[in-house]
Design a protein around this ligand. Structure first.
Ligand code: FMN
Length: 194
């Protein structure tokens, strides 16, 4: 293996998610963000449909999003206690940058919706890996806002669009302990046809 291959593999073998709450600024600058998004969008995409898009939430928009989330949550659940209010107000401010990956999968004569949705998942994964490669850390979260129609409305989602996830990106402040990974023997087998 070349040094380059080794480095790329090491990156994949060492990446892990960092809790959004542990991510600090500064956020990636504009040029770095463009590189991350370009890498993220370089995914297999049957039919070249680009059935996904990005929505960037950063700076003061994170607080504004939190205020709107709180209003939506209280409208559905009634007044929230102090801790839950704080949680909603600060949800998008946990990291300096949040990239919403939005799936635009739609019925197509040739390309199954499932394949389009898998492609959106690949975008999220590439974004995590690219962030790691650029010295940032990240976490892919959905949480309740990803499934709420009022939140979809708040972020200008079109009919049929869904959040594949919110990818929180920032500078790492802690090295999270490794978590158990599946045993290869339990998830990989060889079909011999015998
Ligand atoms: C589609 C998707 C949605 C997720 N949503 C959440 C979530 O809402 N809350 C949560 O704690 N973890 C969520 N996770 C898990 C974390 O992103 C992550 O898998 C976990 O922190 C361990 O990450 P690692 O194996 O990359 O280190 C989600 C993962 C995926 C793939």
């Amino acid at each position: 293996m070349t040094q380059e291959t080794n480095d790329a593999l090491r990156l994949l073998l060492t990446r892990r998610s960092h809790p959004a709450i542990s991510l600090e600024g500064p956020a990636p600058d504009e040029e770095t963000l463009n590189t991350l998004l370009t890498a993220a969008s370089r995914v297999p995409d049957h039919g070249k449909l680009a059935p996904w898009r990005f929505l960037i939430i950063r700076g003061e928009a994170r607080q504004r999003a939190g205020e709107r989330l709180l209003a939506i949550a209280e409208q559905k659940n009634g007044p929230l206690g102090d801790d839950l209010r704080k949680q909603e107000l600060e949800r998008f401010s946990r990291a300096p940058l949040v990239v919403a990956v939005i799936s635009r999968a739609a019925v197509h004569p040739k390309i199954p919706v499932w394949e389009q949705e898998l492609s959106a998942g690949a975008v999220c994964m590439n974004l995590l890996t690219a962030a790691h490669a650029a010295g940032f850390a990240a976490q892919w979260l959905t949480e309740w806002p990803a499934f709420d129609p009022d939140v979809a409305n708040l972020f200008g989602m079109q009919e049929g669009e869904r959040f594949a996830g919110f990818v929180y990106i920032g500078r790492p402040t802690v090295q999270p302990a490794e978590r158990p990974r599946p045993e290869l023997s339990e998830i990989a087998s060889t079909w011999t046809g015998e």
